[in-house]
Design a protein around this ligand. Structure first.
Ligand SMILES: C[S@@+](CC[C@H](N)C(=O)[O-])C[C@H]1O[C@@H](n2cnc3c(N)ncnc32)[C@H](O)[C@@H]1O
Length: 293
């Protein structure tokens, strides 16, 4: 079916409101991107969404929809209709899933590690290759927070180490750790679809016997050599005692999902348990890391 996309320029104050307006005007789906076309970091239901200063709110309408009516509806409720910036685009009738797959290519992180979409040829068969299909879960390597964690893992000697991946999503970090030599990884996620994607990706990589997966309510008590948690700043703040409890003495910890302006507050919290390193930055996101004292 052909589609029409309506793009509305917004900011962190107006994005949520515009999304509601678009849905009220009959949009089938609403997505947010920043001005550089980066998808918004997906929150959990109930979590606060992190919007950029220049967010574009995009509503998708089927091509038979009366767009003039939609525009006049929006102008009617916009407090300053002269300032309302919008753009209408006709989208070709494409297979969107196929399009996404076509745009996902093998990516290298650090010195040894490649993340390869499972439907693509492996560029360096001798390298450490993780074959991945994220399915419905977060984690392809394209998001800066995942990239920061993958690069960190690549820089460690994980041989025979036990690793906890808190918020495992597609399993991307768990599999990277296993392929880089970890003995065992414990993946934890609040979302059952993430655990399923992680399980399938583990099978795809032949490491399912070394990956244990849990919902938080079932998570075991253990001490790990390495703990990585790529979740948002809010849960990292609340779960600091739980996450650090997993880190063995002298064990290593990496945290991401944190915006630059949120870093200092988290460094102060985690310094209670760990000697923290300088933060690593990629785009507006950071990775915090440290060693348990
Ligand atoms: C940004 S994704 C990270 C996925 C993957 N680890 C990566 O680095 O790309 C965050 C994941 O954490 C999970 N998550 C969020 N809050 C959580 C919590 N309180 N406990 C466990 N998992 C959580 C989400 O379901 C999601 O799969």
């Amino acid at each position: 079916m052909p589609w029409i996309q309506l793009r509305l320029s917004a900011n962190e104050e107006t994005a949520e409101k515009y999304s509601e307006w678009l849905m009220a005007a009959g949009s089938q789906a609403v997505t947010f991107i920043d001005a550089k076309d980066t998808p918004i970091y997906e929150p959990l239901p109930g979590d606060e969404v992190v919007y950029w200063h220049n967010t574009v709110v995009m509503g998708l309408f089927d091509a038979s929809h009366d767009m003039e009516k939609v525009i006049s509806y929006l102008k009617g409720i916009h407090p300053d209709k002269q300032a309302m910036q919008y753009k209408l685009e006709q989208l070709e009738d494409k297979d969107w899933e196929r399009e996404w797959m076509d745009n996902f290519h093998p990516m290298k992180f650090g010195n040894r590690l490649w993340i390869c979409p499972s439907w693509r040829e492996v560029p360096e068969p001798e390298a450490v290759n993780v074959m991945l299909d994220p399915g419905l879960a977060f984690g392809t390597g394209t998001h800066p927070t995942t990239a920061l964690c993958l690069t960190w893992l690549d820089g460690l000697d994980l041989t025979d180490k036990v690793v906890v991946d808190f918020g495992c999503g597609s399993g991307i970090l768990s599999l990277a750790a296993l392929k880089l030599g970890a003995k065992k990884v414990i993946g934890i996620d609040i979302d059952p679809q993430a655990l399923q994607a992680s399980q399938e990706n583990a099978k795809r990589n032949g490491v399912e016997d070394r990956l244990e997966l849990y919902l938080p309510k079932d998570q075991p008590t253990l001490k790990a050599d390495v703990v990585v948690a790529n979740i948002l700043a809010g849960p990292l703040r609340e779960l600091a005692p739980t996450i650090t409890e997993f880190v063995a003495d002298n064990g290593l910890l990496a945290l991401s999902g944190v915006l630059e302006e949120q870093a200092q507050g988290l460094v102060e919290i985690y310094s209670q348990w760990c000697d923290m390193d300088p933060v690593a930055v990629q785009e507006e996101w950071v990775r915090l890391s440290g060693k348990r004292h």
